[in-house]
Ligand binder design. Structure first.
Ligand SMILES: C[S@@+](CC[C@H](N)C(=O)[O-])C[C@H]1O[C@@H](n2cnc3c(N)ncnc32)[C@H](O)[C@@H]1O
Length: 339
């Protein structure tokens, strides 16, 4: 897919594919909605069996299967089909890693302005500090969003806790922690660690539901507030700021990181994880995309580079600031210590 973005082609193929990219997304989402991958995994592995399992015409089953094979979502062996490995891992309903709710949220609730992006880019009214999605979240909307966020975030939380050892730590403050998945995995792994999820007031009602469901309400608490404006709970020796970077502009990011630094215990560590640009700002595309998304949200948010983020940490007083690939270069972690 990466060479799709290589502009040195002599034909217009990459331009065609980019212009049509939303159709590829619709194919994936239709397959998820129809439970194609779930049924294939359960044994419906021929076109007639798929048609029956999905209750669609064989002609439409064949159309969908061909498109999924061309996109390497399904793989063919004779007249039998199986899910590609990542599809089998993440898109089979009922599995622990199932990310269907995340895709469902984007498909149904994503900002309708994407199809009028040029109009949004022409807007000249002053951007807000906090974008539309978060500024006006109701509890119901937050519950819906975090069902998806939890589905995809649990994998990230496990990855984080496999990579970073918090065995000597006592208290995590997760800024914008949402459903609290980073604290839930920490609670599973470390018997004494506690976590405070600090998130917007409607969201923490949902956080408490996830904490209760996980069985760790005694060690995971939630505090409602706006980390751009309100004081933060003091004394944590781990602070997380994950999945929030592109929502905010550089001044706000600098201020949040400085506030976190001041609130945490000496010797503590802070981790910032999100889609960051390379140092030379030439990609990756998901970091640029999330920055652009903020034009729809009417916020000051934008893409930040790894160097920008490391700079916010150093300016706040963090030492030993280091940059790590988290999900390859597509999501990065920047870490610093408070002296
Ligand atoms: C994309 S989600 C990320 C959730 C989680 N940290 C993760 O990485 O999976 C962003 C979260 O930050 C929260 N958030 C955004 N701005 C905030 C603010 N100013 N104060 C508190 N929470 C905020 C949102 O409500 C949401 O739960």
């Amino acid at each position: 897919m990466e060479d799709l973005f290589d502009g040195s082609r002599r034909d217009s193929l990459r331009l065609q594919l980019l212009g049509w990219g939303d159709k590829l997304s619709e194919i994936l989402n239709a397959a998820i909605e129809l439970r194609l991958f779930t049924k294939v995994s359960a044994g419906a592995d021929t076109v007639p069996a798929i048609a029956e399992a999905l209750d669609i015409l064989p002609l439409n089953a064949e159309r969908l299967v061909l498109a999924c094979v061309a996109m390497d979502l399904l793989r063919r062996d004779g007249d039998r089909y199986r899910n590609a490995p990542d599809v089998e891992r993440f898109l089979v309903a009922g599995r622990k890693n199932y990310q269907g709710p995340w895709f469902r949220w984007w498909r149904k609730k994503d900002h309708p302005g994407w199809h009028r992006l040029a109009d949004y880019l022409r807007r000249k009214d002053a951007p807000a500090v906090i974008g539309e999605l978060y500024a006006h979240h109701t509890v119901e909307e937050a519950r819906d969003f975090h069902e998806g966020m939890y589905a995809v975030g649990m994998g990230a939380a496990h990855l984080f806790h496999r990579t970073v050892d918090l065995s000597a730590r006592r208290l995590i403050l997760d800024l914008g922690g949402g459903s609290g998945h980073y604290c839930i995995v920490a609670a599973e792994k470390y018997p004494a660690i506690r976590g405070i999820v600090f998130d917007l007031p409607p969201v923490v009602e949902v956080t408490r539901e996830y904490a209760a469901k996980s069985g760790y309400s005694d060690r995971i608490t939630a505090q409602g507030g706006d980390f751009t404006a309100d004081p933060l709970p003091a004394g944590a020796d781990v602070v997380l700021l994950n999945g929030n970077g592109t929502i905010y502009g550089p001044d706000t990011m600098r201020a949040i990181v400085a506030k976190a630094h001041d609130a945490m215990a000496p010797g503590g560590e802070m981790h910032i994880i999100f889609e960051m640009l390379d140092d030379d700002r030439s990609g990756p595309v998901n970091a640029a995309l999330f920055g652009l998304y903020e034009a729809l949200m009417g916020s000051e948010g934008r893409a930040h580079s790894v160097t920008d983020v490391a700079g916010y940490m150093r300016a706040a007083g963090f030492v030993d600031v280091s940059i790590h690939d988290f999900l390859g270069r597509y999501i990065r972690r920047v870490t610093g210590l408070k002296k």
